[in-house]
Design a protein around this ligand. Structure first.
Ligand code: NAI
Ligand code: 15L
Length: 269
């Protein structure tokens, strides 16, 4: 597939969307922005709900690819997750299929496999084909998104890279995050690789930097051409001094999904 140029970025007003709005144009992309919320300084951004099929159809028309970040990014009652993440992602895929968009990069999450025990010292890294173990309705919606992507590839030939993102923030803020952190610059590298790799079909990859304390296997992401440059280790000493080492008797410290397994943060809207 030729390198995509015009890319629809859904969820463009959010944390990750804001970071990617800054970083992706350096790779030569022209971004079309979409979010439920208006974006300051971006009068051309499309303000639309993923429930609005007509707006989605128009938004995807003529783009080469989509980076799909929009949706509820924390835990919420099932009905809300159903509407935004499950039906919303379906609506986006249907629009993409109807308009002949070749590829979607889907923001999946570590919470699709959040109940997976984290590796202890000497254990192998978590492989990409580990059974899915969602830790929340939110994680369940990401599992659905991955299956939806597989279905649209098998049935319609619409390609997807599903990125199980760890924690993409400017800096790691917790000890668990030392293992899952994806620096924004590595995030842009990974999205660029996912947009440009040849013949991906549907591929699921983990999304993080090359952290010293990595818990999962980045080889599938690397097979796309992703070459992470960052490592959370410089933040480790200070975070561990402040918060202590992970506690093996605390469920939130012994699972990939962290506190989503027992006390998930709730979507505030
Ligand atoms: P965020 O909550 O900051 O941004 C999500 C955006 O989606 C918001 O701007 C919101 O207005 C928009 N949105 C929500 N419902 C919508 C709807 N029905 N229609 C249109 N727009 C809607 O989340 P963040 O951190 O930027 O994450 C982006 C994506 O990446 C999410 O799908 C999240 O699940 C996923 N992800 C993020 C991780 C991270 O470390 N930031 C980790 C794993 C996954
Ligand atoms: C996610 O999926 C969330 O969207 C993000 O806000 C973080 O909580 C991240 O996972 C994480 O696990 O750190």
């Amino acid at each position: 597939m030729p390198a995509p140029r015009t890319v629809l970025l859904t969820g463009a007003a959010g944390g990750l969307g804001t970071l990617m709005r800054d970083l992706l144009p350096e790779y030569g992309y022209r971004l079309r922005l979409l979010d439920l919320r208006p974006i300051e300084g971006e009068p051309d951004a499309i303000v639309a709900d993923l429930a609005d099929k007509d707006a989605l159809r128009e938004a995807v028309r003529g783009v080469d690819a989509i980076i799909h970040l929009a949706g509820i990014s924390l835990e919420a009652p099932f009905e809300k997750i159903l509407r935004a993440n499950i039906e919303g992602t379906y609506n986006l895929y249907e629009s993409a299929r109807e308009e002949g968009v070749a590829r979607i990069v889907f923001a999946s999450s570590n919470h699709a496999v959040g109940f997976t025990p984290r590796p202890q010292e000497g254990d192998p890294l978590i492989p990409i084909d580990t059974p899915r173990r969602p830790d929340t309705f939110y994680g369940l919606s990401k599992s659905f998104g991955e299956d939806l992507a597989q279905f649209y590839w098998d049935k319609y030939g619409l390609e997807t890279v599903s990125v199980r993102i760890g924690s993409c923030f400017p800096k790691p803020t917790g000890v668990r995050m030392l293992s899952l952190w994806m620096s924004p610059a590595d995030g842009a590298r990974l999205f660029h690789a996912a947009l440009t790799a040849e013949d991906v079909g549907h591929k699921v990859v983990y999304g993080s930097s090359a952290n010293t304390r990595l818990w999962w296997d980045l080889s599938t992401a690397r097979s796309l051409g992703y070459d992470p440059q960052d490592d959370s280790e410089p933040y480790a000493e200070k975070l561990i001094a402040e918060q202590g080492e992970l506690d093996p008797t605390n469920e939130a410290h012994t699972h990939l999904g962290g506190h989503f397994v027992n006390d998930p943060p709730i979507w505030p809207y």
